[in-house]
Design a protein around this ligand. Structure first.
Ligand code: BGC
Ligand code: NOJ
Length: 817
């Protein structure tokens, strides 16, 4: 790879944990996320994006038009007028060529800098910890040797809260918009007079020279964001919005001596008021809370402090797992970007990204359970709460709502349930949480079914319900019924849709639902074994025996009815016909059942695992990763559903669905093949794609859900970046299965499965408040096997590190052989 190719658009700055974008015209908007608890923003490298409070559908603060032309139009915009030249520091929206441009995306913040004609504007965007506010700190520097008198205009467009309604219900919305302006603060109060107890504000810490709050007032009736009439004219219109589209724009005149630096602090905030304190006087909103918030970030010192806190927070989080190898790409993937993406997927599930509109999907039951496995070591307390929220959307019979809204935390009735893989993901999330934290008290928490506080059971009981759901819903081959779909939402075996307006996922035109899933069978064995281990650990031996019996039966069913000779079958369709078999014309082999059955070690002794994985290597692996199925479907199969609607090589039809690649990596480690496991890791890990940035298109620092597969028209092109279970699963694959640092109930286990050529690496791991400095040596060039473990100078038996007093640090030397 040439340095030029690597640096065409930007580069990694590992010391600062930043990706530095040096060219605004990236192949697709390259975004970042601000905020980590309640107030969130999506921000692109040119200032595009929007903010919301908790829920991108029900509490959207600023407007954003998805799939706009040109792409990524709308955001947090600034305009600078310097003489006759007007420009934007993020290049957009004005797109005036800049003398210099840089966007640094870091951990929870972005800094976008532009330079033009001897003036530099650098805007730092971030959301302070535990605050419902976005800071935009603009630093203006006069680099010329002349005095400059410049005009600065800000702009955000308000969203009328419910993002779906906002983009559809124009007959009403064009009459409801309301604002107030007081000093330098513009308040958005649409619907506050009736059922809403919340408003937003946009402020600047200096007396303004003008403002606008009506979109046409700012842009002019026929202009876009790139040609605002106000900027052209060089002064505000002082417009007050009544309906139509409210915006917030400040106008400031700034004089800068040569070399002078000036700072402006803009804040975009969200405020909730108690019902009885909503008004200052009739019709005038109570601004006290907003004022307090603004006052907290009024000075550069306050902002610095808040920014420092954010940086410290990320230092604290990322100190929990640090690997050091000779390979900087591996280090940066594991130590920085993968964990960062884990935080984002934990927060967003699949709700809001540049590919997820924020109105379509809330928190997915299966998605959020899986996101948690890459996040739990970062903030275990939040993982705990999430588990309880998710479990509360489970039904008494162990099945679950497929999604819930983050604002209400209630199951989404429009989507419903019957995705039969859902229940067992809860078992995975809970056992992973327990192994990380040792906090068994969570199992005794009383958790509702279907959010009904009057119908609760312990969390442990919920796990039993998950397990029993599978055993009670077996098909004629003794394999689990698939329901609407399993992990693969597009394998809709009971749908039979010929009606374009039907949802593949929620329509079941075929009564009876005979179809069975080998993927759920493997999942049941894998996580079922975790359930058994937990029962034994809690001395519930009878339950453990009962569960083991079911697992043994499932293993037999897989061997008997789920094996095709060279690989695992994928499913049985509604007619009892095999799917994913060499007998088929298309889609002879699928990845999911290979992943789950090999991770679960089904038929390991009989050689099924190695045969299955060899077949994956032979038929599914390609230069860009491992495709989902092969050969891809070339026509619509009504009996298979959405999977066969995608053109070959995309999404679930022959795309590289990155989420399930780590299942194969982990499967390879089950049979000790560290070379192959790691090779698969490098095929999709973002840090290793630096020679393919143009082709790839999406952000080079995060995983995308899908990379077009070998049969696609555009192999190697990625889509759906950020919100994908790929992040969590790859993190588990690399940190646990490959690098081998595995939390267990009794301590941290060291059990690497690495490429034979590696001779040494080290890991610093904080586990239950103890810091382990682990050095791993591989003198005999093996992939797997630990011959000695020395802790603080003393050899120990086995490879589980002892537990110590919280707050202590310990040195561990591990020798493989
Ligand atoms: C996509 C799936 C997704 C599903 C659920 C489908 O169109 O292909 O990846 O899981 O929608 O919303
Ligand atoms: C994306 C969905 O969010 C996830 O739940 C599903 O498992 C995959 N697509 C595969 O269909």
């Amino acid at each position: 790879m040439s340095i030029q190719a690597e640096r065409q658009y930007g580069y990694f700055d590992d010391a600062h944990r930043e990706y530095v974008i040096t060219e605004p015209k990236t192949p697709y908007p390259w975004i970042n996320y601000l905020g980590d608890t309640a107030f969130f923003s999506l921000l692109s490298n040119t200032g595009g994006g929007y903010s919301f409070y908790k829920d991108a559908k029900f509490r959207r603060l600023t407007r954003y038009r998805y799939n706009n032309v040109p792409v990524d139009t709308g955001g947090k915009y600034f305009y600078i007028k310097d003489g006759d030249v007007a420009w934007s520091p993020g290049w957009k929206p004005m797109r005036t060529p800049l003398d210099k441009y840089e966007c640094r995306h870091g951990m929870g913040y972005s800094r976008i800098t532009g330079e033009k004609n001897g003036l530099r504007s650098s805007v730092l965007f971030f959301v302070p910890r535990n605050e419902d506010i976005e800071i935009q700190q603009m630093t203006l520097t006069n680099l010329s040797d002349e005095i400059k008198t410049i005009k600065v205009f800000s702009l955000v467009e308000w969203c009328l809260w419910n993002a779906e309604d906002d983009m559809t219900n124009f007959q009403r919305n064009f009459s409801t918009g309301q604002v107030e302006v007081k000093d330098s603060v513009i308040y958005h109060k649409t619907e506050y007079r009736e059922r809403r107890n919340h408003y937003a504000f946009y402020s600047v810490n200096q007396k303004v020279d003008g403002f606008d709050t009506d979109r046409d007032g700012f842009l002019g009736e026929h202009n876009g964001f790139d040609t605002p009439a106000v900027v052209d004219k060089g002064e505000s219109n002082y417009s007050i919005a009544h309906g139509w589209s409210p915006v917030a724009s400040h106008y400031l005149e700034i004089i800068l001596a040569p070399g002078e630096v000036k700072e402006l602090i803009f804040t975009l905030g969200y405020v909730e008021m108690p019902e009885d304190q909503k008004w200052e006087e009739p019709g005038i909103i109570n601004k006290s809370k907003a004022r307090d918030m603004i006052d907290r970030f009024n000075s550069v010192d306050q902002v610095h402090l808040a920014f420092r806190e954010l940086k410290d927070y990320w230092d604290h989080l990322l100190n929990k797992y640090i690997v050091t190898t000779d390979d900087p790409r591996l280090n940066r993937g594991v130590n920085i970007w993968n964990q960062y993406q884990n935080m984002v997927t934990f927060n967003m599930s699949r709700s809001a990204s540049y590919f997820e509109s924020g109105i379509g999907r809330g928190m997915g039951f299966r998605d959020s359970n899986q996101d948690l496995i890459g996040f739990v070591h970062l903030v275990p307390e939040r993982a705990r709460q999430r588990i309880l929220d998710i479990a509360a959307t489970q039904f008494e019979d162990g099945s679950a709502y497929h999604q819930y809204q983050p604002l209400t935390k209630r199951g989404n009735a429009a989507i419903g349930g019957n995705f039969n893989d859902d229940p067992m993901w809860l078992v995975q999330a809970v056992t992973v949480y327990l192994k990380e934290t040792g906090d068994f008290s969570i199992l005794d928490e009383s958790v509702p079914f279907d959010n009904d506080e009057n119908n609760c059971a312990t969390l442990f009981e919920h796990l039993g319900r998950s397990f029993n759901f599978v055993t009670r819903n077996l098909g004629e081959h003794g394999l689990p019924l698939i329901g609407r779909a399993d992990w693969n939402d597009c394998l809709n075996l009971n749908c039979f849709s010929m009606e374009p307006n039907e949802s593949f996922q929620t329509t079941e035109n075929r009564e009876g639902g005979r179809a069975e899933s080998v993927m759920i069978a493997g999942q049941f064995v894998l996580f079922g074994n975790d359930y058994v281990e937990l029962c034994r650990y809690r001395d519930q031996h009878e339950e453990a025996e009962r569960a083991s019996g079911h697992i043994d039966a499932m293993i037999e069913a897989i061997k008997k009815h789920g094996w095709d000779g060279e690989w695992f079958l994928r499913a049985y369709d509604a007619f009892g016909k095999k799917i994913g078999t060499h007998e088929a014309e298309e889609s002879k082999i699928f990845i999911e059942s290979q992943g789950f059955c090999t991770m679960a070690g089904v038929g390991l002794k009989e050689g099924l695992v190695s045969k299955s994985l060899d077949s994956v290597n032979k038929y599914l692996a390609c230069d860009y990763g491992i495709v989902l199925n092969y050969p891809a479907f070339t026509r619509y199969y009504v009996e298979y559903g959405e999977i066969s609607t995608y053109p070959q090589g995309y999404k679930e039809n022959g795309g590289i669905f990155c989420h399930n690649n780590p299942w194969i990596m982990i499967g390879e480690t089950v049979q000790g093949n560290g070379d192959r496991a790691f090779e698969y890791y490098t095929k999709i890990a973002p840090a290793y794609q630096d020679d393919k940035v143009r082709l790839h298109k999406t952000e080079p620092y995060v995983y995308a859900q899908m990379i077009a597969g070998k049969e696609a028209a555009t192999p190697g092109q990625a889509k759906n970046s950020w919100l994908t279970g790929t992040a969590a699963w790859n993190y588990v694959a690399i940190t646990q299965a490959i690098l081998g640092i595995k939390p267990q109930y009794d301590g941290l286990q060291v059990d690497p499965c690495i490429p034979k050529a590696w001779t040494h690496y080290s890991v610093v791991r904080q586990f239950r408040d103890v810091t382990y400095h682990i050095d791993i040596f591989n003198p005999k060039s093996v992939s797997k096997g630990v011959t000695s473990v020395v802790v603080d100078g003393e050899p120990i038996t086995g490879n589980i590190l002892p537990m110590f007093e919280p707050g202590t640090e310990h040195r561990v030397t591990v020798t493989m052989g």
